[in-house]
Design a protein around this ligand. Structure first.
Ligand code: MN
Ligand code: MN
Length: 463
């Protein structure tokens, strides 16, 4: 009659613990390798091709068992395996995002002040700005030249690379300028400037007035062949330069940048790549961009890319028998996990949670019926029927799962991509592990939950 859950670690034997830890080593490596959406797409293509997935654009027709992928503007990737059942019966989607909160360089970033060269940034996604001062930052991204040539940039990840940083004010002198500010303004948006140089150029040219700025341009030109104007057509992102690490003497937790949402995107990707037998339903692993700024743009979930690639899949299966009704029917009959992280019960700031409904680290994947804030505003509220179906599937397959909520009612709130899937009639529920320090530059996730999420996704693809 009564409902209760226990922490997952209690039921883990030594063999399974080894498996969990091993899987998490792979995840940690991937976190260090793919810190941006573009890097994630590149790595995913490599892994997918190794497993026999083909670029969908190179094929005219698909048959049962075909493994394909679509790359959308280098920032969004979709992988699919064509199932045995008629596609209009619906597909099983796992949808997560591969962008994370960060600092982007402005279009005209470089300036000189007080004999330093600095660059201006614009934060991307919800951050606590003060988190980003006085930590090592690496720069990742692309500069596209007028010629159309793309120059890739990655500075700060190699052991011998320099890094960048936002200098903060010392506590001895912050009394008037900083100490009375509200938390959201301890550092203001326009104060998020990174230090990029401190040695003046030796050039003797009367036209060059700013020698510190010029020295940075000289170096960039020497290494990358770019000049100041090229920043206009660039996407350069600052992310924490450090690697993912085990947390605690027992190594039960992983600390790292961007668990939100690479913990879901990595696990759903690996679960798909490891599908050995052809599934009944067509399965789709959708790795989206731009979730952190509202799923906007052509690489975010609000775009019509979902219809675009699904119509391509159906057309290449059905040939001339394709019509728009088949696409609508397929989507309306589909099921999805909106795979995103939730918040774990916080031992230090307990008051923001309803303890009875909060997710906990180590209790497995979190099924979240609805997110949103206030009166369930703008949330996808998963149907009770669908929640029951998943409870059954996960229980029957021995998956540890729990429920969760993004804090107390009226405490705050947030959203995921769920509503953009439900829009097409896709049955959707949020499902991913719980984090501590979410949206900080060093997020925390339980190793047990990483592995359980991976196992749950494997089961879902086959459900
Ligand atoms: Mn997320
Ligand atoms: Mn997020």
């Amino acid at each position: 009659m009564l409902y209760s859950k226990d922490i997952g670690w209690k039921s883990v034997g030594s063999e399974e613990k080894k498996e969990i830890f091993q899987f998490c080593e792979g995840y940690k490596k991937f976190l260090d390798l793919a810190k941006t959406e573009r890097e994630f797409v590149e790595e995913a293509v490599k892994l997918a091709e190794e497993k026999g997935f083909k670029n969908a654009d190179t094929l005219d027709a698909f048959g049962v068992g075909d493994k394909i992928y679509y790359v959308n503007r280098n920032k969004n990737i979709v992988l699919a395996v064509i199932g045995k059942e008629d596609i209009t019966n619906g597909a099983n989607f796992i949808v997560s995002h591969i962008d994370s909160p960060r600092l982007d360089l402005k279009q005209r970033p470089l300036y000189e002040d007080s004999e330093y060269a600095l660059m201006k940034t614009h934060y991307y996604g919800g951050i606590k700005k003060y988190h980003w001062a006085a930590i090592p930052l690496s720069m990742h991204g692309v500069v596209v030249l007028k010629s159309g040539q793309t120059v890739k940039i990655k500075i700060g990840e190699d052991e011998n690379d320099p890094v960048f940083t936002i200098p903060d004010l010392l506590p001895h002198l912050d009394r008037n300028v900083q100490r009375e500010r509200k938390a959201g303004e301890v550092l203001k948006g326009e104060e998020l400037n990174i230090l990029v140089g401190s040695i003046p150029s030796s050039i003797k040219d009367e036209k060059v007035k700013e020698l510190f700025k010029y020295a940075v341009l000289e170096k960039l030109n020497e290494i990358y062949g770019i000049d100041e104007e090229d920043f206009i057509s660039a996407e350069l992102e600052l992310v924490p330069a450090y690697k993912a690490k085990d947390i605690g003497i027992d190594r039960g937790i992983i600390g790292g940048y961007g668990h939100d949402d690479r913990v879901c995107s990595y696990t759903s990707l690996i679960a798909l790549l490891e599908l050995v037998d052809t599934p009944e339903k067509t399965v789709v692993c959708y790795l989206a961009d731009k979730e952190e700024i509202g799923s906007t743009g052509s690489t975010g979930l609000e775009s019509r890319y979902l219809e675009y690639f699904m119509s391509d899949i159906i057309y290449k299966i059905k040939g001339d028998g394709y019509n728009d009704y088949l696409l609508r029917k397929c989507l309306w009959n589909s099921k999805a996990l909106s795979s995103d992280v939730n918040v774990g019960f916080d031992p230090i700031f307990k008051s923001v949670h309803d303890p009875q409904n909060a997710a906990k680290l180590g209790y497995g994947i979190v099924l979240t019926k609805y997110t949103g804030s206030g009166g369930k505003y703008t949330s996808n509220d998963a149907d009770a029927e669908y929640v029951a179906e998943l409870r059954k599937v996960f229980d029957e397959n021995g998956i540890k799962w729990q429920t969760g909520m993004l804090g107390k009612v009226d405490e705050g709130g947030g959203g995921t991509v769920a509503k953009y899937l439900a829009h097409f009639g896709i049955l959707t529920i949020d499902a991913g592990p719980a984090l501590l320090s979410m949206h900080s530059p060093f997020e925390l996730v339980s190793k047990f939950d990483v592995y359980e999420t991976y196992k749950a996704y494997k089961i879902f693809y086959r459900a």
